[in-house]
Design a protein around this ligand. Structure first.
Ligand code: NDP
Length: 328
């Protein structure tokens, strides 16, 4: 029996509360692999879970943290043995199964990936669910047959986690990248990641017309709502937008005009239940294609006890790039 520290979200009479607790490993949920977690992250969804702003947590008490990297300490799974370096993201971890904001995690080995060659645990979590989702978006655009020759790509919520990584991945793949942000003071940062143009997000948040002047052939949208509707209305004939987020709202006040008059496609991207082969490919590509200096520049590292503060900050749109949580 050993003890470990974990963030725990508990239900209260008037909502929920989160705090650090010391638990015994016998309290861990079922799973055939136990991992000593060295790094986790704060994603937007972790912010929702820790603050209770949306019903992300579906079972209490819950250890939050939708992703983690670390080292296997015990395994009954054929694919993993003690000492293996692994990462996990999604599969409902941190929502209905205890997650990565803890020194120990016990999960199904079927959810784990070996840490990709060339990535440290800290780098894997600097990428995290947000960066991996940005790669899924790029893969969706490529799968649709789009390439940089089609025209520019727009990235909304560009200063955020998904956005920052998407800017760099698209630029690396040869796209001209138009970064949309509410923080135009971050223009130099976005250009250092590879953006060729930075626009104020107010250009995309106003009233939605069925069609607007064609501005881009592709896009990665982590904002949703009127931003996504405007992005669609400005997409070139035959273009496509990969939609993965709702930072600006869950609604979509769009018309069908871009679809039926310009053949525009809306590509939905989910990271949580993505099949293993697709996520393995995404992580392999991230290890190969993401510029390490850019990754360093877009990453802030915080301590275990700072988690709650940054959970609130990410929902307030105050976090630039990605946050890594050093555990232990
Ligand atoms: P971040 O908070 O890091 O980034 C979101 C960015 O969106 C902010 O930095 C800000 O960028 C912009 N933004 C925030 N609020 C608003 C607003 N009200 N209107 C317009 N823009 C806004 O979050 P992540 O990058 O981690 O996640 C982004 C979204 O993607 C979230 O909704 C998240 O739930 C979703 N997501 C979905 C996944 C999936 O599987 N489909 C996986 C991962 C994330 P700026 O200041 O530059 O404008």
């Amino acid at each position: 029996m050993s003890e470990f520290r974990a963030w725990v979200i508990e239900k209260t009479e008037d909502g929920q509360k989160a705090g650090i607790q010391t638990l015994e490993d016998s309290a861990l949920m079922d799973g055939d692999v136990t991992v000593r977690v060295t790094h986790s992250t704060i994603n937007y969804k972790d912010g929702l879970a820790l603050t209770g702003k949306a019903p992300v947590v579906r079972q209490f008490p819950m250890v939050p943290g939708i992703d983690f990297a670390g080292e296997v300490v015990a395994s009954g799974h054929d694919g993993f043995k003690p000492g293996d370096k692994v990462l996990l993201n999604g599969w409902g971890v941190g929502e209905k199964h205890w997650g990565g904001l803890a020194e120990l995690a016990r999960v199904s080995g079927d959810w784990l990936l070996p840490l990709p060659a060339g990535l440290s645990a800290a780098e894997a979590m600097a990428i995290g669910t947000a960066g991996y989702t940005a790669m899924l978006c790029l893969m969706a655009l490529e799968g649709h047959g789009l390439s940089p020759a089609a025209g520019p790509a727009v990235v909304t919520g560009a200063s955020g986690g998904v956005g920052s990584v998407a800017v760099n991945l698209l630029a690396h793949a040869g796209w001209e990248v138009i970064a949309s942000t509410g923080r135009t003071q971050e223009a130099d940062y976005l250009k250092s990641l590879g953006a060729t143009e930075v626009i104020d997000r107010s250009e995309l948040s106003g009233d939605v017309r069925p069609l607007n002047k064609e501005r881009w052939a592709a896009g990665v949208d982590s904002v949703g709502s009127s931003t996504l509707a405007n992005v669609l209305s400005m997409t070139r004939y035959g273009g496509a937008i990969a939609a993965c987020g709702l930072a600006g709202g869950m609604d979509l006040p769009a018309s069908v005009a871009p679809f039926i008059l310009r053949g525009v496609s809306l590509l939905g991207v989910d990271s949580v239940m993505a099949p293993m082969a697709r996520r393995a490919l995404a992580w392999r590509r991230l290890a190969e294609e993401l510029d390490r200096k850019a990754l360093k520049d877009l990453t802030n590292t915080i301590g275990f006890d700072e988690v709650e503060r940054y959970a609130a900050a990410i929902l307030g749109g105050e976090v630039r790039g990605r946050i890594v949580v050093e555990i232990g």
